[in-house]
Design a protein around this ligand. Structure first.
Ligand SMILES: [Zn+2]
Length: 342
């Protein structure tokens, strides 16, 4: 099988596993099965993070490659004849009406559909939204997580362009598996493959794991907005495919004080290594500025070769798209904790 087909099939499989923030175990377990044969140690910690290690011959240093297991999530607020809900993380409510969802109830998963008042009765974009679960209300409780249940779709006959709500960050999870599979039998230094929980609400899993492991280098792999994904290209990265490093542009939260500061947390050394490698292999490479990232506070992450959507297709949930035909170009981004990597 061609390697591009393999990573395409892998992403296709992983995007279908529900992994709402705080309930990532199904994704972690599947990833554990996929990584097991390629690493020396693997475990899931008490918080739910998946931590795999391939031992190096020298073992003096360590590199952690990280992807997050969770996806943007909503949560049940109240249940009566219908299910009333709110969002966690970056979701635009305007994209939701008509979307199929899955509620992860304690006893069973419950499918539903997001409803809004028909335009026959009420116009406007601020209409209330609720979820219709038919007669299965008894399986749903306040606090239950909700994920989008839109099935993945190939948008071309060659199966290179995939659309799904959870490409962020199952694309990164696929990179972990692919990288573990391709690494030499014995790398020089230890390599960790880490799937983290609770990224979408602030990168909590990542913070916890990295404080514990104290790796020398970190590469976070995630998705970003490609230039052809967003009508306003200035807000996107001038990259359709390839390898990118993100610099972050901050604003001070709360207090109203705004300091737009662009900070490059990425290790200059690691960034140069990646840039040189990209050049050698003829891979497009860029360093970009983004306005935020859920991991920012601590580490950073992001970008890449997710090539997304056509103009009318929203790049954020409920659906984004990714090119899978050149797997070596997928989603790598260097990041490091300031002070450690250089
Ligand atoms: Zn992400």
């Amino acid at each position: 099988m061609k390697e591009s087909a393999m990573i395409g099939d892998l992403i296709y499989e992983l995007v279908q596993i529900p992994g709402p923030t705080g309930h990532e175990s199904r994704v972690a377990n599947r990833l554990k099965e996929l990584l097991e044969e390629h690493v020396d140690e693997i475990r899931i910690d008490k918080m739910g993070n998946l931590i795999a290690r391939k031992k190096g011959t020298e073992g003096k240093h360590s590199l952690a490659v990280v992807a997050h297991l969770d996806q943007v999530t909503m949560a049940v607020l109240k249940v009566d004849e219908f299910v009333w809900f709110d969002k966690l993380g970056w979701i635009d409510f305007r994209t939701l009406p008509g979307i199929p969802v899955l509620i992860l109830g304690e006893e069973r998963d419950v499918p539903g559909v997001v409803c809004s008042t028909s335009a026959h009765f009420e116009a406007g974009s601020d209409k209330p939204l609720w979820i219709d679960v038919g007669e299965r209300q008894k399986y749903v409780s306040p606090g239950d997580p909700i994920v989008f249940a839109t099935p993945p779709q190939w948008l071309d006959d060659k199966k290179t362009l995939l659309a799904s709500p959870s490409i962020d960050d199952r694309a990164g999870c696929s990179v972990l598996v692919e990288l573990a599979r391709r690494l030499p039998e014995k790398p020089r230094h230890d390599v960790y493959f880490i799937g983290t929980v609770q990224e979408e609400i602030g990168g909590y899993g990542m913070r916890h794991v990295l404080r514990k492991l104290q790796p020398d280098w970190v590469i976070a792999t995630d998705t970003g907005f490609a230039e052809d994904a967003v009508p306003d290209a200035k807000k996107a990265f001038p990259l359709r495919e390839g390898l990118g490093v993100i610099r972050l542009s901050f604003t001070q939260p709360g207090g109203g004080v705004l300091y737009p500061a662009t900070v490059n947390f990425a290790s200059p050394r690691l960034q140069k290594l990646l840039g040189d490698a990209a050049k050698r292999l003829g891979i497009p490479f860029g360093v970009f500025t983004a306005t935020n990232s859920s991991c920012v506070f601590f580490l950073l992450s992001h970008i890449i070769s997710s090539q997304a959507a056509r103009r009318r297709r929203p790049p954020r949930p409920p659906t984004s798209t990714i090119r899978t035909h050149r797997p070596r170009y997928t989603a790598h981004v260097p990041a490091s904790r300031p002070g450690l990597a250089d």
